[in-house]
Unconditional design. Structure first.
Length: 275
């Protein structure tokens, strides 16, 4: 009876171990670190893993990426962390990798410096199992040194003689005269008027024996003089012929027009014109 009572009051204890590796001794405050771990448990259910930074005690901070790729900080629901199911355990042992980084916005972050780091395994109910911690340093940007201002020395101005500059004589530009081009005037051709033939015909006296002022006998002139007198006679103008034919053409046109109008008139009246 005592043995049975002891068995009932003491639940079975599972053999369990948790280790991790490859954690650097120093990381930047924005750096992500991949931490491989090994978990062994005989008969354990689903497990949830998280990486934590801390100074002392159990005041943990830091981010852990879960199976969905979300960054999870300090959460009351432990099932939000990286999950390793009981089916992932082969011969009561399994392994995985978690990605962690510091959370500098967490109130538990106490500035850049030395911290402790470890991996924690949680059950679905939130019961923890811890791996052995290691020391780690979280670094940040180096502070910018403040340079002390150097005293400014005021230079003493020495008097300098005033230099009067003599203005250079202004050279006036020489005006170049452009020669004017005289346009060439073409000479106007003067037309020599053709002398009109004298309309009066010189009468040649045929009286024999009559003398001119030179004492020559007019009847004794040769045939050349007679032919020149004939040449002096005025040839009828072409204008006379043109005007004559013009009047004849106009008359014929008017006569033809009168005949056509007369024919049309009798056709409209129904009377055959007499021809």
């Amino acid at each position: 009876m005592l043995v049975l009572f002891f068995i009932i009051l003491n639940p079975s204890v599972h053999a369990m171990s948790l280790t991790f590796s490859a954690v650097p001794s120093s990381i930047d405050h924005n750096q992500e670190v991949e931490v491989p771990f090994v978990f062994a448990c005989d008969g354990c259910s689903d497990s949830y893993f998280r990486g934590v930074f801390y100074k002392s005690g159990s005041n943990y901070f830091g981010f852990t990426k879960n199976n969905s790729g979300d960054w999870i900080g300090t959460a009351s629901d432990k099932t939000q962390y990286y999950k390793l199911t009981k089916d992932d355990l082969v011969a009561s042992s399994g392994s995985g990798k978690i990605v962690v980084k510091p959370d500098t916005a967490d109130p538990l972050f106490d500035g850049f410096g030395s911290y402790m780091f470890k991996v924690v395994r949680y059950t679905s109910g939130g019961n923890p199992t811890y791996a052995d911690p290691v020391a780690i340093t979280i670094t940040g940007p180096s502070p910018t040194p403040t340079n002390s201002p150097s005293p400014t020395s005021t230079p003493t101005n020495s008097p300098h003689p005033t230099v009067t500059s003599t203005p250079s004589p202004t050279t006036k530009p020489t005006n170049t005269l452009t020669p004017k081009v005289t346009p060439t005037v073409k000479p106007t051709e003067k037309k020599t008027p053709t002398p009109k033939p004298t309309e009066s015909v010189s009468e040649i006296s045929t009286v024999s024996g009559q003398k001119n002022e030179g004492g020559d006998i007019l009847g004794a002139k040769d045939d050349n003089a007679a032919s020149s007198s004939v040449t002096m006679e005025r040839t009828p103008s072409n204008k006379v012929f043109i005007i004559t034919f013009l009047f004849i053409g106009i008359g014929c046109a008017l006569l033809s027009l009168a005949l056509v109008l007369r024919k049309q008139f009798f056709q409209e009246e129904g009377v055959k014109p007499e021809i």
